[in-house]
Design a protein around this ligand. Structure first.
Ligand code: ATP
Ligand code: MG
Length: 252
């Protein structure tokens, strides 16, 4: 038999959903879902609003727990220690309004490593460069930033701890197409540069094509399609056909 044992595969797999079911108030959201994400893959999850994409992501961070089945990160159940190797770009940017940009970016670092303010600010400026923002942005407040700049700052914060895993929830929603393209390009560049495993959730097909090595479609609580980004537009898989039709009608 060529199938590897679960123990052997768990070492190469960064994130695993194994027969995961989750319901809220009796309403099933995830239903016997299986997905295995190898180290250093950039995977994009597509799915209609309410299909459970953010719920999947919250199982990886340990904010939610499965009713049945298992979610494993690096072969373990998510816990606080594991969170140090995960960076998250949240659906709602979520910068702290009362903190300057450099303080936002290095928030976790100063907590974790006890850096002084000068060192932290210098490192924030380095991270701003990685997301193509100038050093003077460091001393601005979130209210002084455009939506696209705020997303870039949030991305710089998400990678500030040099995480091995990057989770992005709707990174381009609410941005104009050009700012969205910039964010996609930055995510892809940072993932390659820092050798991260990346899971991105999006509604945006063009964005998915730019970020993904692999695309999956979440529908009816499961992975309904799993394949190469280039094949998504032409597959005759019924769930993908229904999704493509819905997208073309609603422009989501
Ligand atoms: N903590 C919770 N308590 C109760 N219901 C929840 C909770 N979290 C999510 N849900 C429900 O689970 C379903 C899936 O939610 P989820 O946020 O994952 O959707 P989504 O695919 O991310 O949608 P969107 O694209 O709009 O962000 C929704 O019906 C939502 O109301
Ligand atoms: Mg969501």
């Amino acid at each position: 038999m060529t199938d590897p044992t679960p123990q052997a595969s768990a070492q190469e797999l960064e994130i695993q959903f194994i027969n995961v079911s989750k319901a809220f108030n009796g309403r099933s959201v995830l239903s016997d879902l299986n997905l295995a994400i190898p180290k250093r893959q950039s995977i994009v999850i597509l799915g209609r609003s309410g299909s459970g994409k953010s719920v999947m992501l919250k199982h990886i961070t340990g904010a939610l727990h499965p009713d049945r089945g298992q979610v494993l990160v690096k072969g373990r159940k998510p816990d606080r220690a594991l969170m140090e190797s995960i960076g998250v770009l949240f659906q709602q940017g979520a910068l702290f309004d009362s903190m300057k940009v450099w303080e936002n970016i290095t928030f976790s670092l100063r907590d974790v490593e006890g850096w002084n303010a000068r060192q932290a600010r210098e490192f924030a400026i380095y991270l701003l460069e990685q997301v193509d923002l100038a050093a003077d942005v460091a001393d601005k407040y979130p209210r002084d930033l455009s939506g696209g700049m705020a997303k870039r700052v949030a991305l710089a914060r998400a990678v500030s701890t040099r995480p091995e895993i990057l989770l992005c929830d709707e990174p381009t929603t609410g941005l104009d197409p050009v700012s969205g393209l910039v964010i996609d390009t930055l995510i892809r560049r940072l993932v390659d540069q820092f050798n991260m495993t990346c899971l991105t959730i999006t509604h945006d097909l063009a964005s998915a094509q730019r970020i993904a090595d692999r695309l999956v479609l979440l529908a009816d609580g499961r992975i309904a399609w799993d394949g190469a980004p280039a094949d998504f537009a032409t597959t005759d898989n019924s769930a993908v056909v229904a999704y493509r039709r819905a997208v073309s009608q609603t422009h989501v």
